[in-house]
Design a binder for this molecule. Sequence first.
Ligand SMILES: Nc1ncnc2c1ncn2[C@@H]1O[C@H](COP(=O)(O)OP(=O)(O)OP(=O)(O)O)[C@@H](O)[C@H]1O
Length: 635
Amino acid sequence: MASPKGVGSDLWAEIISQEEEPQPITQIAVVYGRRRRTVEDPNPKDAATNRPSGERRVSLGPSKRTSWNRSLSTRGRESIVVAAGMNFRPRPRQKGATQKGKQGSRAKKAGQDPPDFTKEKNYFQEVDSFELLEESPSPRNFGTWAMGTKHDIIVHDLPAILERWRISKLASRHGSQQLFKIMETPFVPSVHSTASSASNDLAAKTPERVFRTKAPLNVTSHKKILTPLVDNSIVSSFDALHIDEEEVANIMSEDVETLREGLDSDKLEEATQMDPSISQRASLTGEYLSTFDQLIMVCQQSSPISLGEVFSRYCELSCIVKIGEGTYGEAFKAGETVCKVVPIDGDLLVNGEVQKKSEEVLEEVMLSLTLNNLKGTRGETNKENTCTGFIETKDFYVCQGAYDAGLISAWEDWDARHSSENDHPKEFTEKQCYIVFVLADGGKDLESFVLLNYDEARSLLVQVTVALAVAESGCEFEHRDLHWGNILLKRNNDTMTDFTLQGKKMRAKTFGLTISIIDFTLSRINTGEAILFLDLSADPGLFEGPKGDKQFDTYRKMKDLTDDCWEGSFPKTNVLWLIYLVDILLMKKSFKRTAKDERDLRSFKKLTRVYEDQARLNGSSAGISAGNILCLLYT
Ligand SMILES: Nc1ncnc2c1ncn2[C@@H]1O[C@H](COP(=O)(O)OP(=O)(O)OP(=O)(O)O)[C@@H](O)[C@H]1O
């Protein structure tokens, strides 16, 4: 088989190394995602009109903001609960998908045999021309997060969070009263769960039809759910069930009282004693936790606190400095951390946008925690997939009240220097609620960052590729909005970054530059228990930007690729953003470089074609992923 030697270029290979012989990257399936808007809607009225009603938010008011990172016209996550243990069948990602229409491509989801990747594996195995730079062995502690302090990582019970969310999601579809009758106990956090257990090794890969599992949910299964009222293994038992949405609906319409046999009041009391917040926040007579209450639980609070109280945990209020703004968030530096304040659930239009709902925010929280798991922490040296390329989310808070004086002052200082496109926060009343994301400081975004030379540029590209490859592999992640405002850069003294890809410990040169990917609004991820994604078909404006604009062209390419089926797994979307990044480096960033450097940058783009040509020769319809690109970079 012909080797693509030369296309990857030694220049790329020399900045990545690994401890072991490179192995083929196995095909990746996608996960879940949520979306966030980052570009100006060129036609907001039309977009709003086209937007479906219901949960989606529509921009109703005038906005001062005109920049690229404005929110698009609509938002709304359409995430999916996954029954763990289902067979994973990657969806075909052949070229002709866009011509086939939705029905055609979606029909492929059911009843298809898994693709055979033998040829692709052989292809990579036959590539025998690796010229890897031999680095010293990777340090034992692969889990060190390059940014932020280590002492303040908060452990969140992600499986329990996901479980509560899943219950409420199903309940909202079918009615809380009935659902609660068969699923009340999963509100009890799992004693087996840990914050790190959810995503690194997915139990459930993306199914072709997430709710149409083959295994029926029968009465025996229900009893399994109910019995653990006195058994803390309930959450894991629940995960092992194969849940069929229709089955759930049918069963809930039956007389479920019989399923409650064996439950006595003592057991119910015992369940609530295990977690007092249950009795405070969820009535055992049939209420499921609201997403706001779930958020409060995630934040380990009993009620919202003031913004001032949160910020005072990180710095003097007089020392707060605003460092950035987005459509929904105001980012402030507070001590070592960055606190992003996002108003939620209120009626007041903020920056011309309807405020995010706690439901969306909860999913963003779950997504952030899942990505946090990729960091690998001390003592977790055996994780299959780790990297440091995603921003670390340190904590979350639910707040309520008007903006604190210190925050107002920081906001006004920034406004004086940068002329804010956002509304003045003095408009927020005492009733206003917020979610505060406490994040590591990722530095400056690529748009404003001054790259010094080609080494920095290619290291940036490799680090982004690594992060996407690892997240694809670990949690079927697609960012779907990786424009230059969502890549943060920071200089430090580190010369190498460690990562683990499918169990292989590897390193990449950083040339003193570290990247952090932010903004997962449009992203799709598979937590192992849920596929989170945003239905971008509800945002026509996203695809109507100027032709020739690389960012908008990339949204359109994603749409073609996915055929508007955004819940599906299409790791090639990550590759589309890598190609975008190369174009941005070539066209929009100036740094010291030679004509050969530019050729090498362009060679990065050729990797996709090489892979796809090769796949075609092998008769494979498998789509390319960031993992494939990384593998080719070694050749
Ligand atoms: N962890 C961080 N470290 C440094 N700066 C950050 C961080 N998070 C956010 N920022 C700054 O704040 C800005 C706004 O953040 P972000 O894009 O997450 O907000 P948003 O409202 O969610 O954005 P969008 O308009 O895309 O919805 C970023 O462009 C960046 O300049």
